[in-house]
Each structure stands twice: as C-alpha cells, then as structure tokens.
Design a protein around this ligand. Structure first.
Ligand SMILES: [Zn+2]
Length: 392
C-alpha cells in the first residue's frame, strides 16, 4: 500500500483538488476557470487539469456560458448532498470536519473542552462547530448527506445510550442520537470513538484491507478498541459494544474499576491511572504532555511508566490476538506520540504472551494520521450513510 506523506506530490494534488472543490462549492451559480485560478492561486493549466478530474468523478459540472461578454467554461457544483460532516467528541476536545463522499477533507476545526461540561454545553459546542465548518467549506445544510458524531464510550445499540461508568458520565443515560439530532436539527448517527478510529485507519482514503480482522486500539482516558472485518465492516457484537479491551480483567484481586469489576486493564494502563502514579512519585501534578516530554528526555520514572503501560496493553492485546487472529493492530490515542517508547514494549508483550502462529503474523503499528483517525472514521461512516445514488 502506498503511503502518502503530507508533503508528497499526491498529497499536494489531493489538497489542490479540495481547494478547487471548496471554491466551486461556495459559488452556487458557478465560477469560470479564470475565477477559480484567482481564488485558489493555482495556475491556469493546473485548474484545467483539476477541473477535468473533478468533472470525471462527478463532483462538478462544466458548461459553456456567456460571462462578461465572453464564452467561458463555467464550473458548477453537482447537486446537493455530496458532502458529509464528522465530529469526534473526546473528554477534552471536539474535532470536526467536512469531506466529500470520496474522502477529501474540505474543512477541519478543533476545540478544547473544559472538563465535565453539561450535556447542553456539549450540544451547543457541537452546533457551533457544525455552523463554523459549513461556513469554512462554503456549504449549507442542504449540501450535507449525513453526519456522524463519535463519543468515548460503549454505545448500546438497543437503548442508544452509553453505559454508566463511561468516560463522559454527563452523556450517559440519554438516547444520544435523538439528543444530538434534536440539538443540531439534523439527523445524526452516533458511534463509539474507537470504532471510528478503526474505520479511519482501515477504510479512509486507503486501499481495501485484508479479509482478516484489523484492530484499532485507542489508549486514552479509557481504553477501547474497534474491529474491522472483511476489509471494511465494523464488528459491533450482539449489542454494539464489542471491543471493550479496557475492561478485560487482568488481575481478579486488583484495583476496583469504574465499570464495577476488579483489575481491569484500564485500572493499570489508562492515562489517568498512570498520571496519578507519576504525580505521586514526582510529588506534583503531572500532565500528559509533560510526561511524554520527560520520557523523551529519558527521565527514568516516565520511561518506566510507558514501558509498564506497554506491557499491560500488550498482554491484553495478546489475548485478543489469540482469540481473533488479526492481520493488523494499530495503537492510537494521544500517548502514542511517545512512539517506540510505548510501541516497543507493546510489541514485545504481544510476542511473549500470544501463541506463536497468530503472534508471528500480526503487524503492530502506529496510526497513519495520529490525531485524525477518529475524525476520518466519522467521515467515512457518514459517507456510507449518504442517500443511495450519491455514493461515489
Ligand atoms: Zn472495568
């Protein structure tokens, strides 16, 4: 599979396509190619090539019209509903984006969140972000085919709720799709963030993956995992909550977990658990960026805690490897900015603690776009919810 780096010719080409599409989308009676050139700063030859490609993929229509006394090629956006919105809701942030159905990101926004906001605060922030994204991409609500919001908690498919003891307790006990749809005045699909991370990693702007399971593990305030099977389908389980890796009990007499069980992986390997441990050792509050910075400088307690985290997470993943024999395991979440300091002990624990055959085939790696996996997944899932006839 070709890897597209941010500075590669292919990434630049994709960015230029998005610029042309954003310019055209903002002008509902169309733009001449010269106007597109002026708005985007691209050369006439580039605009011609990019417009030809967008017309071939059905994203714009090109007609000859009389404009300012001259016959000009006018580029107009194709009918509405060709775009999707995704929001990724975390404990400390909301990230949002607008994309085309074929996975081209047109606009992106990030907002930090204060801890433990009320439901109405969260919904108001999401509504505001939606408006800003539409404005940034020069679109209206009628251009949007579908919208997906990711939440950090196991989502029960029957009740539509995230369970008690979830990372965002203020969102538990309510039918999330209904509340979001009412507040945003738009039909919203809600999905677990680790599931979205898996879709983002394995189905966003990438070639079809293997038929064997691919797993995305998200290490954060909670520890979740999303499982993609048959190349592109989420494996949700009987009630939608498959992949709660953080609540695998590794020590029956260990610490009490917020789920009510004892010795869950989260009690020893979630970032709050480890930061509490490090803060005690340092005799002052330590934040995640500080921890990672100290570890990068080689501070021994910080490095040791990353190794411990990696060993615990790797032990839990080894059980998963034995159970479902995945082809790929991607380790995501903010703590993976530490790179090999975390990834190496994870890999080592998987090799040591899984059976030789599945342990030998599984590829363990970091995400392709570390901060964007969940957002990409929200947009990829939204594209699959677009009305029939609009899928590319
Ligand atoms: Zn638990």
């Amino acid at each position: 599979m070709a890897v597209v780096g941010p500075g590669s010719p292919s990434a630049l080409h994709q960015a230029n396509l998005a610029r042309v599409l954003a310019a055209v989308s903002g002008a509902h009676d169309g733009l001449t190619q010269a106007e597109i050139g002026r708005q985007t700063g691209l050369s006439a030859a580039s605009v011609t090539n990019l417009v030809r490609q967008l017309a071939t993929s059905g994203e714009v229509a090109v007609t000859w019209e009389l404009r300012a006394g001259r016959r000009s090629r006018v580029v107009t956006p194709t009918p509405a509903h060709r775009f999707v919105i995704g929001l990724d809701l975390g404990r400390t942030h909301i990230r949002g984006g607008v994309a085309t159905l074929d996975h081209r990101l047109l606009a992106q926004q990030y907002r930090p969140m204060e801890t433990e906001p009320s439901v109405s605060d969260t919904l108001a922030k999401c509504a505001d972000l939606m408006a800003v994204l539409l404005h940034q991409a020069s679109l209206t609500r009628t251009d949007i085919a579908a919208m997906v919001v990711g939440v950090p908690g196991p989502l029960d498919s029957a009740s539509g709720e995230i369970g008690a003891g979830a990372v965002l307790p203020e969102l538990s006990g309510i039918h999330l799709e209904r509340r979001f749809s009412e507040a945003l005045d738009f039909p919203v699909v809600v999905e677990n963030d680790a599931n979205l991370g898996a879709l983002g990693e394995f189905t966003w702007a990438t070639a079809a993956g293997p038929a064997a399971p691919q797993v995305y593990v998200r290490l954060s305030t909670g520890i979740g995992c999303g499982i993609v099977i048959d190349g592109s389908r989420l494996w949700r389980g009987a009630s939608g909550t498959a992949g709660e890796l953080g609540h695998i009990s590794l020590d029956p007499s260990g610490r009490l977990c917020r789920c009510g069980n004892r010795g869950c992986l989260e009690t020893t390997a979630s970032t709050p658990a480890l930061l509490e441990n490090l803060s005690e050792a340092m005799e002052r509050p330590v934040t995640l960026p500080e921890w990672l910075a100290m570890a990068t400088r080689g501070q021994s307690a910080s490095v040791r805690l990353l190794e411990e985290m990696g060993r615990h997470v790797g032990a839990a993943i080894a059980s998963l490897v034995n159970l479902i024999n995945p082809a790929v395991v991607v380790i995501g979440g903010p703590v993976t900015a530490s790179g090999d300091l975390l990834l190496a002990p994870v890999k080592q624990a998987i090799i040591q603690r899984s059976m030789p055959s599945p342990g030998a085939v599984v590829k363990v790696r970091l995400p392709r776009h570390p901060d964007l996996s969940e957002l990409h997944g929200a947009l990829a899932l939204a594209a699959t919810h677009a009305p029939p006839g609009f899928n590319t």
